[in-house]
Ligand binder design. Structure first.
Ligand code: ZN
Length: 258
């Protein structure tokens, strides 16, 4: 263990000893989110430890009048750490701040096409990540997450952070040494192309309402496909497994889930 890792480990031990999550608050958050149902006591204990360290290391910054109370903070921490059960908190070590907005927010996007024509349009966002920078989450969307219906803005944005660990948001996080990069690429490319063909005329906007299939928003780009697939992996694994078994299999290897 290098000196930095040693310091980090010491800091995390201290966080666990000095600022444990209040039991009633933790129990409530777990109870309120169906995605945590079915986790055995040992796994829940690990999730609670990761969430405690997450809260000690991340900084919540409310904007536009948002009020992220303790319940919301713990809820964000627990959902953000769910994908880390088979990994560790170092996967989130390249960012610190979570900007919290009350609800979806509007941004102006600017696209330049091949002919040099500039199009500006307003886009409504439930969350986003800034490269090496903060994660933005809308409280209203956090409240709609974790219900087991496929929608999870917290896991979605965390997936983008995992994806960007290797410096590029391309739908592929740095894979473990024992994984086959070619198998990953094949699985995701085929599934992405299949979904694009199916939803060629579907609306672009991301929606909280999820139908019986994978959210068409996943057909936007390979990185959105990865983020949406991660939401389903933890929210609605059976659907993902039946729609895109290869993708499900690769995510299982990546998240080292049982
Ligand atoms: Zn996204």
């Amino acid at each position: 263990m290098g000196p930095l890792a040693f310091l980090r480990a010491a800091r995390r031990r201290r966080a666990l000893e000095q600022s444990p999550l209040p039991g009633d608050l933790w129990d409530r958050v777990i109870r309120e989110h169906p995605i945590f149902r079915g986790l055995d006591p040992d796994t829940l204990r690990r999730l609670r430890e990761l969430s405690t360290m997450f809260l000690a290391e991340k900084e919540f910054r409310p904007v536009q009048g948002a009020v992220p109370d303790d319940r919301i903070r713990v809820s964000i921490a627990a959902q953000a750490c769910l994908p880390l059960l088979g990994l560790d908190l170092d996967w989130y070590s390249d960012w610190t701040t979570i900007l919290v907005t009350p609800r979806e927010y509007e941004v102006t996007r600017r696209d330049v096409d091949e002919a040099g024509v500039i199009t500006e349009y307003d886009d409504r966002l439930a969350g986003e990540v800034l490269h090496l920078g903060p994660v933005v989450l809308s409280l209203e969307d956090v409240e709609a997450s974790g219900r087991g219906d496929g929608y999870n803005v917290v896991i979605h944005e965390m997936a983008h952070k995992l994806d960007g660990r290797d410096g590029s948001f391309d739908g592929s996080p740095p894979l473990h040494r024992d994984m086959d990069g070619e198998a990953w690429r094949r699985a995701f490319t085929e599934a992405y192309e299949d979904l694009r063909a199916k939803v060629a005329r579907a609306p672009r906007r991301r929606s909280r309402r999820r139908g019986p299939r994978l959210d068409p928003y996943a057909a936007e780009s390979p990185d959105e496909f990865f983020a949406v697939a991660c939401e389903y992996f933890f929210e609605k694994p059976i659907l993902l497994k039946s729609e895109y078994p290869e993708v499900y299999g690769q995510l299982k290897l990546f998240f080292r889930s049982e």
